[in-house]
Design a protein around this ligand. Structure first.
Ligand code: ATP
Ligand code: MG
Length: 562
């Protein structure tokens, strides 16, 4: 990470500072980011990454990347690789790289320890029966008929579960906690299930797999995690987290919960994102419309913009819905600083400059970034025929339209004053074919020696040198503001926007973009921020993605005091 976002304090940092002050872990801060490799990371994960890695950096501590790979049927190496790439791209590097599966043998031994202590038993109830016996928060659960199995029998059955003697679902290992607890998680939770499935790392070495609750805290403990930061839904799992640590007598990390990020118009559950991919609503996990880190990267989002957003939202204990405009605001802020300005005409209309000599052309100086003089200048060609934006001309200009119109003069950015003399239309359709204009050679560079003013400056590209490119514009992928607000039988997919991808194949850009590079941000002046698509671009076809528009809707929202 090149620059550091200013850090605001929050309740988690207060806990850590307090622990540091009292010397709880001898001044040590150790966090971890524990994704399950069952999908690509999304912007919500970015929040957790910035939090865990940011805290370690701030307090001179360490942060591990740990893959929580205890569900062999849903996990894949592709996801592991993408997660590592995304964490690094965000600007962080892990201290230790671990997998929950590294600890399978140790977890098994701990399960045996609990059995020997009379704290765990092998249960023959089916999953449905376990659920039924557990009861509801209102009524106490009923103990499993196998709860009092002798230790020796439990040890034997558990060993045979591991050895593969029983089919999937035939038995489970459960902890003996408290069947009357109002917290259902404590009603003899399942520790191990039988699952004859090939694991992406351990292959077929195991046919029993630990449940999240039995794995997570112990993995934290093995890695000597001091502060185990997770999202709010794990708050009711904390008593169990602490129970295992206590019963096993091992190093005790502290679990701290924070509210997950919810963004307006943004689907953020991996299950749903997987559906979008599998059901071809998008081209893949890295489709620029996806709220995945890979999708955002391809769309042209920057790590700095994402980190600044995460720093602003901070962490709280209360679930809320963050306006996606705030994310775009931070992105725009960052892109404004770094983007190379270029001229691109998205919906071209041809202009013939009648008094410009035929066959002649010239090069004009253009500024690469008015925010950053060190980015220098470039040359853009100008000639007798140029394209301007269809929107920048009106045959019948309404009151507040100050751009080009018949008889009116405007400034061509970095070039000359241009006056519209005549409109040529297609006889059959009545559509405007081209404009005939004149230019004033004395206004080179954009100012008239006689001091006369124009009301507008418009962008343009020179016809013969311009490049035809494809430009992809994106609308919201999801049309409902609060993606979690769904009726009981409502299919979330009915709110997917069928027109979220708008492909424009008639755009023309200045010739310098032939050298456009993947990963560089461009501002198409007066249009928005764009980047070269990293996947679909070929030697003879440039494809640009619209990252975000220029208009800052967040600034407006903020002004209204919302
Ligand atoms: P999802 O619910 O989207 O499928 P998950 O929580 O199952 O995500 P994990 O791979 O388990 O995904 O998440 C890794 C870490 O990222 C966890 O610590 C989790 O709490 C955190 N995380 C996931 N989603 C969010 C979010 N929206 N905001 C903040 N943190 C999140
Ligand atoms: Mg999870």
């Amino acid at each position: 990470m090149t620059e550091q976002e200013p850090v605001r304090s929050d309740f988690i940092r207060e806990i850590i500072e307090n622990d540091l002050a009292t010397g709880k872990h001898g001044g040590r801060v150790q966090t971890r980011f524990p994704p399950e490799p069952n999908g690509y990371l999304h912007v919500g994960h970015a929040k957790a990454i910035c939090l865990n890695f940011g805290i370690a950096r701030q307090y001179g501590g360490k942060c591990n990347l740990r893959f929580d790979d205890t569900n062999p049927t849903k996990e894949e190496t592709e996801y592991v690789d993408s997660i590592m790439e995304d964490v690094r791209w965000l600007g962080f590097e892990w201290d230790g790289l671990y997998y929950a599966s590294d600890y399978f043998e140790q977890l098994y031994q701990w399960a045996v320890q609990l059995i020997e202590a009379g704290k765990a038993f092998v249960c023959d109830l089916t999953a449905d029966q376990v659920r039924e016996f557990r009861g509801s928060p209102m009524e106490a659960g009923r103990p499993s008929p196998f709860r009092d199995r002798p230790v020796g029998e439990n040890l034997d059955l558990f060993r045979r579960m591991r050895a593969g003697e029983f089919p999937d679902g035939a038995r489970t290992l459960r902890a003996k906690v408290d069947m009357a607890s109002p917290n259902i998680n404590l009603r003899d939770p399942v520790l191990y299930r039988i699952l004859h499935a090939t694991h992406h790392r351990t292959g077929d070495a195991w046919c029993i797999y630990p449940m999240y609750d039995f794995a997570h805290g112990q993995c934290d403990s093995i890695e000597q995690i001091t502060h185990s930061i997770c999202t709010l839904e794990f708050e009711i799992h904390r008593p169990l987290y602490d129970w295992f640590i206590r019963e096993l007598g091992i190093f005790a990390p502290r679990q701290i919960e924070f509210a997950r990020l919810n963004l307006t118009y943004t689907v953020m559950s991996k299950r749903k994102l997987l559906q979008l991919v599998q059901e071809n609503f998008v081209s893949g996990w890295d489709d620029p419309r996806m709220p995945t880190i890979a999708g955002m990267r391809r769309r042209g989002y920057t790590p700095e913009g994402l980190r600044a957003f995460c720093a602003t939202i901070g962490v709280t204990k209360f679930n809320s819905l963050t306006d996606v405009a705030l994310l775009e605001h931070h992105l725009r802020d960052d892109l404004n600083r770094r983007a190379l300005r270029v001229m691109a005409v998205l919906d071209p209309i041809k202009v013939v400059i009648d008094n410009y000599p035929e066959g002649q052309s010239e090069e004009l100086d253009a500024i690469n970034n008015p925010e950053d003089a060190s980015m220098g200048t470039r040359k853009v060609p100008f000639s007798r025929e140029i394209y301007i934006e269809r929107d920048d001309f009106r045959e019948d200009p309404p009151k507040k339209f100050f751009r080009l119109a018949p008889g009116r003069e405007v400034r061509l950015r970095y070039a000359y004053f241009l006056r519209c003399e005549r409109v040529v239309k297609d006889e059959a359709t009545g559509e405007i074919k081209e404009l005939h204009c004149t230019y004033d050679p004395a206004t080179r560079g954009g100012n008239a020696p006689d001091g006369r003013k124009v009301q507008a400056t418009i962008h343009w590209v020179s016809v013969p040198q311009s490049l035809a490119v494809e430009v992809r514009d994106y609308d919201r992928l999801y049309l409902k503001e609060d993606t979690n607000d769904l009726g009981e039988n409502e299919d979330w997919r009915t709110h997917i926007n069928p027109k979220s991808l708008i492909v424009n194949t008639s755009a023309r850009v200045e010739p310098g973009l032939a050298q456009a590079r993947i990963g560089t941000a461009y501002q198409f002046e007066r249009q928005g921020y764009y980047c070269l698509d990293s996947v679909d671009v070929t030697r003879d076809r440039l494809v640009f993605n619209r990252t975000v528009g220029l208009k800052d809707s967040w600034a407006k929202i903020e002004k209204r005091g919302v």
